[in-house]
Design a protein around this ligand. Structure first.
Ligand code: MTE
Ligand code: LUZ
Ligand code: MOS
Length: 766
C-alpha cells in the first residue's frame, strides 16, 4: 500500500531552484530587464536639511538642461501626496516642510541618469531651519510621538516588587541596522492601455505598492498592475519602503506616457531609506531568593524617524517579545514610538522582537552580575513551559524552550565550557574568552490578525505541465522552492513539470507582504488548497475511468496513478488529458486564513500567534584585549524547525540570520551626525559581516519534534527567529571584557564595536 502524499525525507534535501541562476548571474532583477525603447530615468532631489520650512525652491535652470524631460514637485501629483502605510503621515514629495535629510523633494526625469545627475547640481533650495532631534527619549520628553503608546500588563508589578529580595534597574540601547540588500530598491513602470500602469517592482509588498501608486495617481487599484520576479534581498527594507520608488516611476510614466525606471544607487538608497529602529529602554527586574524573576518592567523608546511607516506594528512586536522565553508572573511593558528627524525607520528581520529581547536579556545579565552568578542560571530557572501565560494572554503550548536549552547543555556541557574558558583566561593575560546562552521564542503570524491570509492560483495545462502563482515574494529565503515542493508533493509529479510564476497583482490579489516569516505557511497553505481542489477533480475522473466508486482512494506518485494502493495503467499526463476532455476545470484559486488567532487591542490580550518557534544558542568568543578586536569562536544552536520540509534552505536561513544578528550586535553601526546626516553612508563606513567575521564554528542542530499543524507540512517558519541568536554575541563579548577587567564600564549599548570594547577594557568604575 502507498499512503497519502506527504513531504518525505527524500524530498527535504532539494536545492534552492534559484541557486544555479544566482551563481551564473542569470537570475533576473529589476535592473536586468531589457530596457524598452523610449525609457526615461528618474533621479530624486532630496533634502539636504533634517528639519525646516522650504522657503524657496528653484529648479528653473535644471529644467532647461540637456536631456531633462521634466521635473515634478509635490503640486504635480494628481492624487494624494501620501505614501504612509499604517498612518497617513508621509508625503511622497516634501511639500512645505522637510523632516529628515534624504527626504524626497523633487523628481527629475531625464533621458539618462547622467543628465539627471547634472541637473541635480543646479537645483537651489532654501530652508528655514527648525530644531533637529535624533534622540527618541528627547522626542518623548517633547511629546513627539508617531502613534499611541501601548502597554502590556500581566499581574501587578508594583505589588510584586514589594516582595522581591533583589531589584535591579538600568538602561539598554540597541542601534539601527542598514538592510544592505544586494539589490537596491527600484521600480520600472510602463504606461499601458486605458490609463493603466504596469510596474516591475523590487518589493516584498505588492499590494502596498499597488495601493500607494493608485492613491497617488487618484485611480482605482485595478489600474495598477505590480509584478515581482524576485528580490536581491529585502530583510524587511522592502516591506513598505519599496512603494516610494514605484510611485516615482509611475508618476512620470503616467504623465509622460513613457516607460520610466527609478533605481537608486547604493548611497542614495542608504541615505533615503529607513533602517532597523534603534531603541533606548529602561528596565526594572525583581527576583526572589531563589533567583526566580517575580516582576519585570520595561519602557521602550523606539526611534521611529520622521514618519510612522511600519513603526507602530514594530512597536507592537517589541511588546509581544518583551519577556522572550521566560515565565514571569508580573509584567508591565510600555512602548513609545518616538518621532525624530531621521528617515522613517522600518521593518528589519525580527521586526522589533530583537529589540525587546535585548532588554530582558540585559536585565537578566545585570542581575546575574550583581548576584555573582552566570546569567544562564537565571535564564534556565525562569524558562517558560506549557501553560505559561504570555503577558498578552496567549497560553504557551507545544513548548520547546527547555528542550532546546537542555539539548544544548547535553551536547556541549555548559559547565565544562565555563571551566575551559576560566582556565584559558587564567593562562592568557591579553586574550580573553567569554560565553553566553541565548534562548529565543518567536511568535509566528502577523501581529495584525487581518493580514494572516493568502491566495494562490494554479493552472494545470492539458499537456500535464503546471503553472503556480502565489502571493509570495522570493527574496533569497527559498520560498519559491518550497512552493514547488508543495505543488509537486500534492500532485505527485516531478518539480520540473511545474513553473513558478512571478508574483503579480492580477493573478493573486490583495496580498499581505512577504514578511513576518509567515510567507511559506500562508502561501503554502493557500497553494495546497488550490492543488487539492484540482486533485479532487482528477481523482474523480480516475475513479470514473476505472469504474470505481467514491470509496476508492486515488493517488498519484511519481506521475503514476494508484487506486486503492494498486498501480494503474494511467499516468498523470493522460489523467490530465482525460479530465480536460470531460470539460472539467483544470485551474483553481486557493485561499488560506490562519484559524484560531485573534487579538483584542482594547485589552491588549488574545491569541495572536499560530505557534511559536524556539531555540537556544551557545556563543563563545575571544577578545583581543590589546586591540579591542574579537572573534566569534563558535555558535552552537539547537533550533526547533518542526519537521523541516527543506533542510538545506532552513539551514541557510539559520546561518544567514545568525550572522546578520551578530552583525547588528557587534560591527554594524548606523551613525547620524547631530544635525541628522547619515555618516555611515557607504560600504566604506558601514561594515557588515563578511566571511572572516562569521563564527569559526557554526553548528545548528535540528530539535526532534513533531512540528505544528499550523505550519505548512509541519515545517515551522524559519526566516526571522535565528537572527536573535546573534544577541548572544553581545553578552559573550561583554563577559570576556569583564574577565580582563572586572571593573570595566561596559554599558548595555549595542553594537559592541571593537572601539567600544577597547574603551571598556581600559575603563574603570568606582
Ligand atoms: N533571507 C534572504 N536570503 N533574504 C531576505 O531578504 N528576509 C528575511 C528572511 N530571510 C530575507 C531572508 C525576513 S525579514 C523575513 S520576514 C523572511 O525571510 C521572509 O520570508 P519567509 O516569510 O518566507 O520566511
Ligand atoms: N510585518 C507586519 C511584520 O506587518 N506585521 C508583523 O507582525 C511582522 N512581523 C515580522 C515581520 N514583519
Ligand atoms: Mo521581515 S522584517 O518580516 O520582512
Amino acid at each position: 500500500m502507498i499512503s497519502e502524499n506527504k513531504i518525505d525525507t527524500g524530498q527535504t534535501n532539494i536545492a534552492n531552484i534559484d541557486a544555479a541562476g544566482h551563481v551564473t548571474g542569470r537570475s533576473v532583477y529589476v535592473d536586468d530587464m531589457p530596457v524598452l525603447e523610449g525609457t526615461l530615468f528618474a533621479k530624486i532631489f532630496d533634502s539636504p536639511h533634517a528639519h525646516g520650512i522650504i522657503k524657496s525652491l528653484d529648479f528653473s535652470k535644471a529644467e532647461k538642461m540637456e536631456g531633462i524631460v521634466r521635473i515634478y514637485s509635490a503640486k504635480d501629483i494628481p492624487g494624494q501626496n501620501e505614501i504612509g502605510g499604517i498612518i497617513a503621515d508621509e508625503p511622497l514629495l516634501a511639500d512645505r516642510k522637510v523632516q529628515f535629510q534624504g527626504q524626497p523633494v523633487l523628481l527629475i526625469i531625464a533621458e539618462n541618469e547622467d543628465f539627471a545627475e547634472e541637473a541635480l547640481k543646479e537645483i537651489n533650495i532654501e530652508i528655514d531651519p527648525l530644531s533637529i532631534n535624533t534622540d527618541p527619549k528627547e522626542a518623548f520628553r517633547q511629546g513627539q510621538l508617531l502613534c499611541k503608546s501601548r502597554t502590556f500588563k500581566k499581574g501587578d508589578t508594583r505589588a510584586a516588587f514589594e516582595n522581591c529580595k533583589y531589584i535591579f534597574e538600568g538602561e539598554a540601547e540597541t542601534g539601527g541596522q542598514e538592510h544592505l540588500y544586494l539589490e537596491t530598491q527600484g521600480a520600472y513602470a510602463f504606461p499601458m492601455e486605458n490609463d493603466s500602469i504596469k510596474i516591475f517592482s523590487s518589493t516584498q509588498g505588492l499590494r502596498h505598492v499597488q495601493e500607494t501608486v493608485a492613491h497617488m495617481l487618484g485611480v482605482g487599484m485595478h489600474k495598477i498592475e505590480v509584478d515581482t520576479t524576485r528580490l536581491g534581498g529585502g530583510f524587511g527594507g522592502k516591506e513598505d519602503q519599496a512603494a516610494m520608488w514605484a510611485c516615482m516611476a509611475a508618476l512620470a510614466a503616467w504623465d509622460l506616457k513613457k516607460p520610466v525606471k527609478c533605481i537608486p544607487h547604493r548611497m542614495e538608497d542608504m541615505r533615503m531609506t529607513g533602517k532597523r529602529n534603534p531603541y533606548k529602554s529602561d528596565y526594572k527586574i525583581g527576583l526572589d531568593e531563589n533567583y526566580k524573576i517575580i516582576a519585570y518592567e520595561a519602557t521602550y523608546y523606539q526611534n521611529g524617524g520622521a514618519s510612522a511607516d511600519l513603526s507602530p506594528a514594530i512597536l507592537e512586536r517589541t511588546l509581544f517579545h518583551g519577556t522572550n522565553s521566560y515565565d514571569i508572573s508580573h509584567v508591565l511593558l510600555t512602548a513609545h514610538s518616538c518621532k525624530t528627524n531621521l528617515p522613517p525607520n522600518t521593518a528589519f528581520r525580527g521586526f522589533g522582537g530583537p529589540q525587546g529581547m535585548f532588554v530582558i536579556e540585559t536585565a537578566i545579565d545585570h542581575a546575574a552580575k550583581e548576584l555573582g552568578l552566570d546569567a544562564s542560571i537565571i535564564q534556565r530557572k525562569n524558562m517558560m513551559d506549557n501553560g505559561t501565560e504570555f503577558p498578552y494572554g496567549q497560553i504557551v503550548a507545544d513548548c520547546e524552550a527547555k528542550n532546546c536549552w537542555d539539548e544544548i547543555k547535553q551536547r556541549y556541557n555548559i559547565s565544562s565550557v565555563k571551566k575551559t574558558i576560566e582556565a584559558y583566561n587564567k593562562k592568557n593575560l591579553f586574550i580573553k574568552k567569554g560565553f553566553s546562552m541565548m534562548p529565543v521564542c518567536f511568535g509566528i503570524s502577523f501581529t495584525n490578525t487581518m493580514m494572516n491570509q493568502a491566495r494562490a492560483l494554479v493552472h494545470v495545462y492539458w499537456d500535464g505541465s503546471v503553472s503556480v502563482s502565489t502571493g509570495a515574494v522570493e527574496m533569497g529565503q527559498g520560498v519559491n522552492t518550497k512552493m514547488l515542493q508543495v505543488a509537486a508533493t500534492c500532485f505527485g509529479i516531478s518539480m520540473n513539470k511545474i513553473k513558478l510564476e512571478t508574483t503579480n497583482t492580477t493573478r493573486v490579489a490583495n496580498t499581505s507582504p512577504s514578511a513576518a516569516s509567515a510567507t511559506t505557511d500562508l502561501n503554502g497553505k493557500a497553494l495546497l488548497n488550490a492543488c487539492n481542489q484540482i486533485m479532487e477533480r482528477l481523482k474523480a475522473v480516475a475513479r470514473n475511468i476505472f469504474n470505481e466508486d467514491e470509496s476508492a482512494t486515488v493517488m498519484v506518485r511519481d506521475e503514476i496513478v494508484f487506486i486503492n494502493g494498486v498501480q494503474k495503467e494511467l499516468d498523470w499526463k493522460e489523467l490530465v488529458k482525460q479530465t480536460f476532455f470531460r470539460r472539467i476545470n483544470l485551474s483553481a484559486k486557493g485561499h488560506y486564513a490562519t484559524p484560531v488567532i485573534n487579538f483584542d487591542k482594547t485589552i491588549e490580550k488574545g491569541h495572536p500567534f499560530a505557534y511559536h518557534v524556539y531555540g537556544t544558542a551557545l556563543t563563545i568568543v575571544t577578545v583581543d584585549c590589546v586591540r579591542g578586536t574579537y572573534e566569534i569562536d563558535a555558535v552552537h544552536v539547537v533550533h526547533d524547525f518542526g519537521t523541516s520540509m527543506n533542510r538545506q534552505i532552513d539551514l541557510g536561513q539559520c546561518e544567514g540570520g545568525i550572522v546578520q544578528g551578530i552583525g547588528w550586535m557587534t560591527i554594524e553601526e548606523v551613525v547620524y551626525s547631530e544635525d541628522g546626516k547619515l555618516l555611515s553612508n557607504a560600504l566604506s563606513t558601514y561594515k557588515i559581516p563578511d566571511i572572516y567575521s562569521v563564527p569559526k564554528e557554526l553548528n545548528i542542530h535540528f530539535l526532534h519534534t513533531d512540528g505544528s499543524d499550523m505550519a505548512i507540512y509541519k515545517s515551522k517558519a524559519v526566516g526571522e527567529p535565528p537572527l536573535m541568536y546573534g544577541i548572544g554575541a553581545f553578552f559573550a563579548i561583554r563577559n570576556a571584557i569583564l574577565s580582563f577587567n572586572p571593573k570595566a564600564i561596559a554599558p548595555y549599548t549595542a553594537p559592541m564595536t571593537p572601539e567600544k570594547v577597547l574603551m571598556a577594557l581600559y575603563s574603570k568604575s568606582k
